[in-house]
Write a protein that binds this ligand. Structure first.
Ligand code: UD1
Length: 365
């Protein structure tokens, strides 16, 4: 019997899909959050099987549906708090063949961390400690940790490399990132049979081009881009630009705005590297940024140009705790991870705007 070409193709695709899925099982903590959900999508796209745990404190279980809409694959999801040691242990007993963890689950509002330091220290530190304690017992090879350029404070030299000194943290949130990096370093140094990759993100922005997932701030946004899109939508009256008297060309602060899908892909290549034993050291650190600094005012102009929407904004005082300027030297990540930020700022801002419009359509914001 002659098999039609389309059936051949289908069988071939099914086979290669099966082969791809054998890449391994990855646990993503905080996988329904902003960066977590984009990372789940990219992991699935590159053939990993993904399990998500999330306590849903800052996201909804419907994100799992939205991930499935994008990839056609439903990640397994369990509502679980990383503070719950026994719950985690039960989870690992159920899913014994997890190869690695990407740990996003953490509290991340800088201002809130100043008001509730103990909440931040308990949540962010104990969650990681629980995972690190359980990993060897369940033969989990490594952990990719979601760190931040906040560990550099205001660097003396720009662009900032991974060798730049760690500065005293400005907030309990920032301090939890620093301490967590040290906890991982010390644990590995003590001989624990695990590897780690610390990814220091610069300023993640934008949304998935499908507009099925994106950033969903609760209440008044603290970060710049959600505030911009909400102002453009008319939810906020005007954007405050915090300071135009910095020592920068236009006086506003400068950041390295990195597309969230590009950032998500950095996690996939980190997992590839870890699981194929390509790490040069048991703990590696990478800057994940574009290498280009953009001022707040330049970002506003780029948004207006990309979307055709005029933004209502005013210059106000500096925000306490803000640094003047920071952008990454991403060379080490480019070379070692074979990863590079690719998406233009215009496409990124358009994706953020499309996401905001989608939220409006759904009646969410
Ligand atoms: C902050 C944290 C960083 C964290 C990141 C993600 C610090 C120093 N940095 O980055 O560790 O990973 O959030 O949550 O705590 N801006 C305005 N108007 C606004 C909002 C922001 O002008 O309404 C300005 C800020 O002053 C800043 C820039 O936009 O200069 C970016 O701010 P934001 O998006 O909040 O990120 P960071 O403060 O850089």
């Amino acid at each position: 019997m002659k098999i039609p070409l389309n059936i051949w193709l289908f069988l071939l695709m099914k086979k290669s899909y099966k082969k791809e899925i054998m890449k391994g099982k990855i646990l993503v903590t905080g996988g329904t959050g902003y960066i977590g959900s984009h990372t789940v999508v990219e992991l699935q796209n590159s053939g990993y099987e993904v399990l998500i745990i999330d306590n849903l404190s800052n996201s909804g279980a419907d994100i799992v549906d939205n991930i499935e809409k994008i990839t056609g694959i439903r990640p397994e999801f369990e509502k679980l708090d990383c503070l719950d040691y026994e719950g985690l242990e039960r989870f690992f007993q159920k899913h014994e063949d997890i190869k690695a963890i990407i740990h996003f689950a953490a509290s991340k509002a800088v201002g809130e961390s100043v008001e509730k330091p103990l909440l931040y220290y308990r949540n962010n530190l104990v969650s990681l400690i629980n995972l690190l304690e359980l990993m060897p017992k369940y033969h989990i090879e490594g952990i990719v940790f979601s760190s931040s350029c906040t560990v550099y404070g205001q660097p003396d030299q720009l662009p900032v490399t991974e060798q730049a000194p760690i500065k005293k943290a400005e907030s309990p949130y920032g301090n939890t990132k620093q301490i967590n990096e040290e906890i991982i370093q010390d644990t590995v140094k003590s001989g624990a049979p695990i590897k780690s990759i610390l990814l220091r993100y610069f300023n993640p922005i934008g949304a998935h081009p499908s507009a099925h997932i994106g950033e969903l701030p609760i209440g008044v946004p603290q970060n710049l881009v959600p505030y911009i899109t909400q102002t453009a939508m008319g939810i906020r009256e005007k954007l405050s630009v915090f300071g135009d008297d910095y020592n920068t060309p236009d006086g506003s602060a400068i950041r390295d705005f990195i597309n969230v899908v590009d950032l998500a892909k950095a996690h996939v290549v980190s997992i590839d590297r870890m699981l194929s034993n390509k790490q040069k050291e048991q703990v590696e650190v990478f800057n994940i940024g574009t290498g280009k600094g953009l001022s707040v005012l330049e970002l506003i102009t780029a948004f207006e140009k990309a979307t055709g929407v005029k933004l209502n904004y005013e210059i106000t005082n500096r925000r306490a705790g803000d640094i003047e300027q920071v952008w990454a030297d991403p060379e080490y990540a480019n070379k070692e991870l074979g990863w590079k930020a690719e998406t233009s700022i215009e496409d990124t801002l358009r994706s953020a705007w499309n996401w905001q419009k989608k939220l409006r359509e759904k009646g969410i914001q």
